[in-house]
Every structure is written in C-alpha cells, then in structure tokens.
Design a protein around this ligand. Structure first.
Ligand SMILES: Cc1cc2nc3c(=O)[nH]c(=O)nc-3n(C[C@H](O)[C@H](O)[C@H](O)COP(=O)(O)O)c2cc1C
Length: 259
C-alpha cells in the first residue's frame, strides 16, 4: 500500500505526525505500507492570486504550477491520501487553507474517484468536529471516498499512555475495516448532494461553454446521476433527483444575508 500524507502543521514532529506514524504502524500489521510525509511548510506554495486561470484556462496555467503540479502528482500516485491538520482557531491552519485554495478548481473538475482519503486532525481540546467536517467537504468535493476520520487530543497523546493505547486500538479497527471494505460501495448521501450541486453549477455554465462545462460534457456527467457507475439504491436515487430539482432553483446567485 502506498500512502501520501499531506500535512498542514508547521510542526514536523507534532501530534499530527505522531498520529500518522500510528496509522502507518497499523497498516504495516497487514501489508507492507510506505507513507510519504509531505509537509506543506517545506513547499514554497504562494497564496492563491485569484487570477482564476485554473478556472478559465486550466490548472496548467496556475502561476504556482511548479508546486501544485508536484503536489497533485503525489496525490494521484498513491492508494490513500491522508489529509492531516491541527486545529488552529477552530479551523484548519493557514498552511492547509492555502493548499486547499490553490486546488479550488478540483471542486469543479474532480478526479480522485476510487481513491480513499483519511482525514486527521489534532487539537488542544476544541474545534475537532468543525475542522474535520470542513476537510471532509473538500475531500468529497475532489472525488475521494472517505475511508476514515481520525480526531485526537494532542496533549493527551503525549502525556497519557492509556489514551494513546486507546487511539492505537481504534486506528487498528479502522484500518481493518478499510482492508475489509476495499470495493467501492454506493455513494453516500453527502457524495450525491455534492455531485448534484456541482452538476447544477456545470449546467449553469452551458452558455459560456467554459472548461468546467466541457470537462463535465466530455465525461457525460451532465446527464448522469453520479460521477461513476457505482450502484445507487432506489431511496438514494429519489433523494438525488429531488436535490437536482431544488438545487437549480437555489443556485440563482441571489443569496443575501443581512441580520
Ligand atoms: C496558533 C494556534 C492555534 C490553535 N488553536 C486551537 C484551537 O482553536 N482549539 C484548540 O483546541 N487547540 C488549538 N491549538 C492547539 C493545537 O491544535 C494542538 O496543539 C495540536 O495538537 C497541534 O498539532 P501539531 O502538533 O500536529 O501541530 C492551537 C495551536 C496553535 C499554535
């Protein structure tokens, strides 16, 4: 198994790193596994300039292509990607957010189908749920299947042996489950909702015939019920059709919030 860990912590031997090591150890119980530790702090990835070239011309025109191209390759050439990030101010770190911003086009032109993601966050005590939910939305938006979600309390990991053992036991159970459920099942409600939202977005750009529209058209996604040919049960199909109907109305670009 080949795993790439994208790490949004500025600490190289921090809690996220230690937890990834626990995940690596767990995979190696079952089959030989290599984790490539990709620390975003080592990459000279500038802030997104909002040139929108990735949206209007293609990702190869991004001014940061030398770095984004490399990171994209690392995510493509592995079986599982671990996205790991500590909670900073109840959210992901600026390092991680900048990484997500630079790959924002992947929401519109997703490509990681059949690839699994593990989402990992570490905290001093709060903000795990919100941070992991945000990371989940991004990974699903990019086309990943979520294989697991791991949230830990960093201080307990280094000071409480019982807590650390408990985390390792739970990680082992998760890894066993990942090996057991290797085949892709049905898309989740979340994945279907995300698909419908992005399908509506692509359909809205029909007149512009932009690269987003063409990407969807070439793949036949504009009329499909999901990106892949994974089976969709009848209840989920009804839910998905309903979403298609209401999302086109909701996406009218007239949102206002004034309280
Ligand atoms: C700038 C900064 C902001 C932080 N914000 C939060 C926070 O909002 N809530 C929290 O519980 N812990 C917070 N922490 C603590 C980290 O989330 C925690 O120590 C984490 O385990 C660090 O992981 P790492 O060692 O992989 O970097 C913050 C730490 C720093 C340095």
């Amino acid at each position: 198994m080949k795993i790439t860990a994208i790490i949004g912590s500025p600490r190289k031997s921090g809690d996220c790193f230690k937890t990834i090591e626990m995940i690596e150890k767990s995979f190696n119980r079952i089959s030989e596994t290599q984790v490539e530790y990709v620390f975003l702090k080592d990459f000279d990835l500038g802030f997104c300039k909002s040139c929108l070239f990735c949206y209007t011309k293609g990702e190869q025109f991004c001014p940061h292509i030398q770095v984004t191209g490399l990171l994209l390759e690392k995510m493509m050439e592995c079986d599982i990607v671990i996205f790991a990030c500590p909670v900073y101010e109840q959210h992901v770190t600026a390092l991680m957010k900048n990484f997500y911003d630079n790959f924002s086009f992947l929401f519109h032109r997703p490509r990681f189908f059949g690839k699994k993601a593990i989402l990992l966050s570490s905290t001093g005590g709060s903000g795990l749920k919100g941070t992991l939910n945000y990371m989940k939305m991004t990974a699903i938006g990019w086309g990943f299947d979520i294989a697991g979600i791991v949230g830990v309390c960093g201080s307990s990991l280094s000071s409480n042996e019982k807590y650390k053992t408990d985390v390792q036991i739970r990680i082992d159970k998760l890894v066993d489950k990942i090996y057991k459920n290797r085949k892709a099942g049905q898309p989740s409600l979340y994945q279907l909702a995300m698909f419908r939202a992005m399908q509506c977005k692509a359909l809205k750009s029909a007149q512009k015939k932009n690269i987003e529209y063409n990407y969807w058209l070439e793949r036949g996604w504009l009329e499909k019920n999901y990106y892949t040919s994974q089976k969709i049960g009848i209840a989920k199909k009804i839910y998905s059709d309903f979403l298609k109907h209401i999302m086109r109305k909701m996406m009218n670009g007239k949102n206002i919030i004034i309280n």
